[in-house]
Ligand binder design. Structure first.
Ligand code: GLU
Length: 449
């Protein structure tokens, strides 16, 4: 790449850093995408003339608001709510809400930035956005969750709309929370506007497969990466970090496709079960009883709970980081490669640090970055919106086939784009470049937006 071009992109990155101080995760996400874009500017000089990179790095709108709520004892709490509407060039803002104490503007911006390219890769008409709160749902009663969601939506609703901005779930936001949020939206606006939120219940506008979609999709993506290497998931030993919605349905699909998942985790520790994770038990503990995975070992004598353990130390052939950002560092990546890992599919958003990504790329293993590998969730949200728009509801099989086709398509597009831009087998470049071009090509004809 020409030195001048490299300097130009570096200058854009430095400007993003200076304009957004203290937002480390956002800087990290921007840097990773910008590093892929040199050859794109050579091929499409109009993107540079039109300052598309600079514009894409600046969210269209950022909303921050107070969320006051009362706990069961009547005590008042104040949290902060966020919605970052990043890019609407190809459709209404679309992306989840995260409720977690670590949430601050930098996390929501990194997620919204990534979402823009991920959504573009799905081929569906959805722009990028993300939101959430520093509220901690852990240990809260149903009524407390409901009151929080109602207060959150009482401010957020004015910014939403099925043609404007359509949130969904993310960490800490699942079917229960979407129910309370939708109920409050409907009540305030007096509109049954199904498409405004996705991840709804099946009886009131939700889509079959949406719950399973991120995990199933990530597994399909790894299946495709292995297929491209004339290999398959059959008989592979697999690690799935996390134990939330993404992890559970990754395990389910991995088992269906003949792999064996021997470990999962939460923020306290790791469950190692050599025989393979008992999915029914995990689902009951996590989805029904809302308990921690430490309880799993109480039901299986041959399973081991490792308090404070590092899941990536367990030998495997396939690793699926499905917990949270930066959960897998350079050291972990080296250990995985040394232990024989040949494929990594990111179910979480940006779970691998830049050092870890380097290790995987240098080792030339099949590495599927989140914005490609975990796009199945938001893609199925878009399928939910399609059903809502047509006042229709599809069968499980039909919807799953569509998801499979979308994931296979994302694999093909990222694989081919990587090869076209001189980086065969590098899905990081494939995903960043293909996602960016799609958004940029929509922005140019719309003028200075
Ligand atoms: N939070 C999910 C993601 O990271 C899903 C977003 C959605 O369905 O809108 O893509």
């Amino acid at each position: 790449m020409a030195v001048a071009l490299e300097e130009k992109i570096e200058a854009i990155y430095q400007q993003v850093k200076a304009r957004n101080p203290g937002e480390d995760e956002f800087h990290q996400a921007v840097k990773e995408v910008l590093e892929s874009l040199g050859p794109v500017l050579v091929k499409y000089p109009e993107f540079a003339d039109q300052k598309i990179i600079e514009r894409i790095c600046e969210p269209e709108r950022q909303i921050m608001f107070r969320v006051p709520w009362q706990d069961d004892k009547g005590e008042v709490h104040i949290n902060r709510g966020f919605r970052v509407e990043f890019n609407s060039a190809i459709g209404p803002y679309k992306g989840g809400l995260r409720f977690h104490p670590s949430v601050y503007l930098g996390i929501i911006k990194f997620l919204g930035f990534e979402q823009t390219f991920k959504n573009a890769l799905t081929g569906m008409p959805i722009g990028g956005g993300k939101g959430g709160s520093d509220f901690d749902p852990k240990g809260k009663s149903n009524n407390e969750i409901m009151r929080f969601c109602q207060s959150f939506m009482t401010e957020l609703y004015r910014h939403l709309g099925e043609h404007t901005d359509c949130p969904a779930g993310d960490i800490g936001v699942g079917g229960r929370e979407i129910g309370y949020l939708f109920g409050q939206y409907k009540r305030i606006t007096n509109r049954y506007e199904s498409g405004v939120l996705t991840g709804k219940g099946i009886g009131w506008g939700g889509s079959l497969v949406r719950t399973e979609a991120t995990g199933y999709g990530a597994t399909y993506f790894v299946r495709e990466m292995l297929k491209a290497r004339k290999d398959s998931l059959g008989g592979k030993t697999c690690l799935v970090s996390g134990s939330g919605n993404v992890a559970i349905y990754t395990i389910e699909k991995m088992h269906e496709l003949g792999a064996k998942v021997v470990a999962c985790s939460d923020s306290n520790g790791v469950i190692f079960h050599k025989k393979g994770i008992d999915l029914e038990l995990l689902k009951r503990l996590k989805e029904v009883e809302r308990r921690r995975i430490s309880d799993y070992a109480g039901y299986h004598k041959d399973a081991k709970y490792i308090e404070g353990g590092n899941i990536w130390e367990i030998p495997c052939q396939v690793a699926m980081p499905s917990a949270t950002q930066n959960e897998l560092n350079g050291k972990d990546a080296k250990m995985l490669v040394k232990n024989g890992c040949i494929a990594v599919g990111e179910g979480a958003n940006m779970p691998t640090t830049p050092e870890g990504v380097r290790v995987f790329l240098d080792a030339k293993i099949a590495y599927g970055p989140g914005k490609a590998a975990n796009a199945g969730g938001v893609a199925t949200s878009a399928l939910e919106m399609q059903q809502n728009a047509g006042r229709d509801s599809w069968t499980f099989d039909y919807t799953e086939q569509k998801l499979d086709k979308i994931m296979t398509g994302i694999h093909e597009a990222t694989y081919e784009t990587a090869a076209e831009f001189g980086a065969a087998g590098n899905y990081v470049i494939g995903a960043n470049v293909a996602g960016f071009i799609k958004v940029a090509q929509a922005m140019v004809p719309m003028g200075l937006i």
